[in-house]
Write a protein that binds this ligand. Structure first.
Ligand SMILES: Nc1ncnc2c1ncn2[C@@H]1O[C@H](COP(=O)(O)OP(=O)(O)OP(=O)(O)O)[C@@H](O)[C@H]1O
Length: 591
C-alpha cells in the first residue's frame, strides 16, 4: 500500500507518502537511549496485555469452581495488571519525551537551514509560510513521534500477538476471524489515500491564513492608517474559513473511515462469537477458552481500529514531513567554496566590479545590472545616484554576495568574492540600510548586533560617535530600554543613528550606506550627518545618496540608469554636463 508512488505533482519528493516519514529516522536515532527505553517498555506492556486473556481464562475456568486456589488466580490477574500499568506509564513517558526531543531537534535544524539560505530563496518564499512549516508542520510530527508512532508499533505488536494467540486458542474460530480483518483494512487504505491529499491542502490553506496575518500584523500601522481593519479581518476570515472547510472534509473522511473499520471489525467478531457460542453449547469448547478467544479478538480488533486512525494521522504527518523535507533539501546557490580564499589582513578596501551582468531570478527579462564596471579605491567615497529601479541597491546586494553575477566578477583587494566564504566577505562590510532593522531587544543589544562580543563600554563609545548616546540615556531605562518590535518606540532619525552605531561597532573597512529618503528635521539631520562622518572616516564607502550634503562630500558621483553607469564625475562637472544628473539634482537635491 505504501509503495505506490503517487503520480500527482504534489508528492513532495516523488517518494511514497507515508515513507516520507523515514526522514525522521536520523532524528530518532540521535535519541537512541530514549528510543531503546521506549522499546523495552513497549515489550513489557505488550506482553502484559497479551497475558491478560490467559489469566482471564484461568479465572473463568478455575476461579469459580470449589477447591480451586481462588486467591492465587486473582493475585495473578492483579500482578499482570500492575505490570501493565507500570510498563504503560514508562512507555508513555519515554515516547512522549522522544517526540518532544525529536521535534525540537528538527525545528532547530530547519531554522538553522532556513536562516542560512540565500536571497534568491527568501525572495521567492513567503516568510509566513516558513513560520507555518516551523510551527504547524513540526507540531504534526511531534504527534507522530510522541504518540502515533507509539500507537502504530504497539498496535502492530498487539495485532500480531493476538493473531498468534487466537490461532493457539482456537484455530477454527481464528480462521473465521481472518476473513473479517482484510475486509476491514481495505476501506482504511482507500480512504487514507484521499486523506493525504486533503490534508496537504489543509496545511497549505493554514499557511495562507498565517501569511495574511503575519503580513498585516507586521504592518499594522499601514493597515490602520488606511482604515483597512475591516478589509484585513475579512481577508483573514476568508482564509480561515477555507482552512476550516478543508479541515472539515478531512475530518469527515477520517470519521467515515473509522466508522467503517469499527463496523467491519466488530461485525466479524460478533459473527465469530456466534459460532463459538454454538461450540460451547455443544461441549466442544470450555467457556473459559471462548472467553479467552473473545478477549484476544477484542484486543486485536481494537488495535486494528487504532491502526486505522493512526494510519490516517501518519498520512497527515507525512504531508508535513514532505514539506519540511522540501525546505531541507533547498540548497543555497550562494555558498562558500570547499577551500575558501581569505581576505588580506589588514584589508585596504579596494572594490572592483568588472563587467558585471545580473538578472534577478524573478525578472529574467530585465537586467538589474548590465556590463557594470566600477572601481573604488581604498578610502574613497563614491555616491551612487540614479532614478528608482536604476540598480543602486543591486550593487549593494551583489557586493554582499546575496546573489552571484551571471557574468563578470567582483573583487575586494583583488580577491574574487566568489572564492570567499560569504561570512568572511560580509564581515568586511558594514551595511547601513535605508530603513534600519531594529530588533525587539534593548538599545545596547541592538547596537551590539554589529559585534556580539563588544563590551558595554565599546557599545557606549559607538553610541557617542553615532550621536545616539544622549537620546538613549534619556530613555527611561537608558541602554537597557526595550526598543519594541522594529524600533516602534524610536523616531526615524534615532533608528538611523542606532544603525550607524551598530556599523561603527562592526568597524569594517568597507561601508555600504543607503541614505534614508525620508526628510528629518534640521536638528536630527545634523546629528545623523555628523554620525555618518564619523562612520565614513577612513573607510571605502559606497553610498546611495539622497542628500546634497552627502553628494558634495563624495569623492566621485556615479550616475546609474537601467543597470548601467551613464555618467561619472563631481557635482559641478555633472551639473555642467546637463542630462540625467542635472534633472535628478533638480528634483532631488536642489530646491
Ligand atoms: N528581489 C528582487 N527580485 C526581482 N527583481 C528585483 C529585486 N530587487 C530589485 N529588482 C529589480 O531590479 C531593478 C533594480 O532594482 P534596485 O533595487 O537595484 O534599484 P534602485 O536603484 O536601488 O532603486 P530605488 O532607488 O528605488 O531603491 C529594478 O527593476 C527592480 O524592480
Amino acid at each position: 500500500m505504501s509503495n505506490t508512488a503517487p503520480a500527482s505533482t504534489e508528492a513532495p519528493t516523488g517518494k511514497t507518502p507515508v515513507g516520507t516519514l523515514r526522514a525522521l529516522w536520523p532524528y530518532v536515532m540521535r535519541q537512541r537511549g530514549l528510543f531503546v527505553a521506549w522499546l523495552l517498555a513497549l515489550a513489557c506492556s505488550s506482553a502484559a496485555t497479551l497475558t491478560l486473556p490467559v489469566a482471564f481464562r484461568q479465572m473463568i475456568d478455575h476461579g469459580f469452581s470449589s477447591g480451586s486456589n481462588i486467591d492465587r488466580t486473582f493475585s495473578l490477574v492483579f500482578i499482570v495488571v500492575v505490570v501493565l500499568a507500570l510498563a504503560t506509564a514508562a512507555r508513555f513517558f519515554f515516547v512522549s519525551l522522544l517526540g518532544e526531543r525529536v521535534v525540537a531537534d528538527l525545528r532547530e535544524r530547519l531554522y538553522a537551514h532556513l536562516i542560512g539560505l540565500d536571497a534568491a530563496f527568501h525572495d521567492r518564499t513567503r516568510s509566513g509560510e516558513l513560520i507555518s512549516r516551523l510551527t504547524a508542520d513540526a507540531e504534526l510530527l511531534r504527534s507522530v513521534v510522541g504518540s502515533s508512532m507509539s500507537v502504530a508499533l504497539r498496535s502492530t505488536v498487539t495485532v500480531l500477538g493476538s493473531l498468534v494467540m487466537l490461532f493457539v486458542t482456537s484455530p477454527k474460530l481464528a480462521a473465521w476471524a481472518m476473513l473479517g480483518i482484510p475486509l476491514a483494512v481495505l476501506p482504511i487504505v482507500l480512504g487514507g489515500r484521499r486523506l493525504q491529499k486533503i490534508s496537504r491542502d489543509g496545511q497549505d490553506r493554514l499557511a495562507d491564513a498565517n501569511t495574511h496575518a503575519a503580513e498585516a500584523l507586521g504592518a499594522v500601522k499601514t493597515v490602520q492608517a488606511h482604515a483597512r481593519e475591516p478589509y484585513e479581518r475579512g481577508r483573514f476570515g476568508q482564509a480561515i474559513a477555507i482552512a476550516v472547510e478543508t479541515a472539515r472534509r478531512r475530518i469527515g473522511w477520517q470519521a467515515l473511515v473509522t466508522a467503517l473499520a469499527i463496523v467491519l471489525i466488530f461485525g466479524a467478531v460478533t459473527l465469530v462469537l456466534w459460532t463459538g457460542a454454538h461450540d460451547v453449547i455443544a461441549g466442544r469448547m470450555t467457556a473459559g477458552t471462548l472467553g479467552q478467544f473473545v478477549f484476544y479478538a477484542l484486543i486485536g480488533g481494537g488495535s486494528v481500529g487504532a491502526l486505522a486512525e493512526v494510519w490516517n494521522e501518519l498520512q497527515r504527518a507525512a504531508g508535513g514531513m514532505g514539506r519540511i523535507n522540501e525546505l531541507l533539501v533547498e540548497e543555497a546557490q550562494v555558498r562558500a567554496p570547499a577551500q575558501p580564499a581569505t581576505l588580506p589582513n589588514p584589508l585596504r578596501g579596494e572594490v572592483r566590479f568588472d563587467d558585471v551582468t545580473f538578472h534577478y531570478p524573478a525578472r529574467p527579462d530585465t537586467a538589474a545590472l548590465e556590463n557594470f564596471n566600477l572601481r573604488v579605491s581604498p578610502g574613497e567615497t563614491v555616491a551612487l545616484v540614479g532614478p528608482s529601479g536604476a540598480g543602486k541597491s543591486t550593487v549593494f546586494s551583489m557586493l554582499l554576495r546575496f546573489h552571484d553575477p551571471e557574468q563578470g566578477r567582483i573583487d575586494i583587494d583583488g580577491t574574487d568574492i566568489r572564492t570567499l566564504d560569504p561570512a568572511e566577505l560580509r564581515g568586511a562590510i558594514a551595511l547601513v540600510p535605508q530603513s534600519p532593522t531594529i530588533f525587539a531587544a534593548s538599545a545596547a543589544d541592538n547596537i551590539r548586533y554589529g559585534r556580539l562580543e563588544a563590551s558595554d563600554e565599546e557599545v557606549e563609545i559607538a553610541a557617542r560617535a553615532a550621536e545616539a548616546y544622549d537620546f538613549i540615556r534619556a530613555l527611561p531605562e537608558g541602554f537597557d530600554e526595550q526598543l519594541g518590535e522594529r524600533g516602534a518606540r524610536l523616531s526615524g532619525g534615532q533608528q538611523q543613528r542606532i544603525a550607524i552605531a551598530r556599523a561603527l561597532l562592526k568597524d569594517a573597512p568597507i561601508l555600504l550606506l543607503d541614505e534614508a529618503t525620508s526628510a528629518l528635521d534640521a536638528q536630527s539631520e545634523r546629528a545623523v550627518q555628523s554620525a555618518l562622518e564619523h562612520l565614513m572616516a577612513g573607510r571605502t564607502t559606497l553610498v546611495i545618496a539622497h542628500r546634497l550634503a552627502t553628494i558634495l562630500k563624495a569623492d566621485r558621483i556615479v550616475v546609474m540608469d537601467g543597470g548601467r553607469i551613464v555618467a561619472e564625475g563631481t557635482h559641478a562637472e555633472l551639473l555642467a554636463q546637463g542630462g540625467l544628473y542635472a534633472e535628478l539634482a533638480k528634483l532631488q537635491f536642489l530646491d
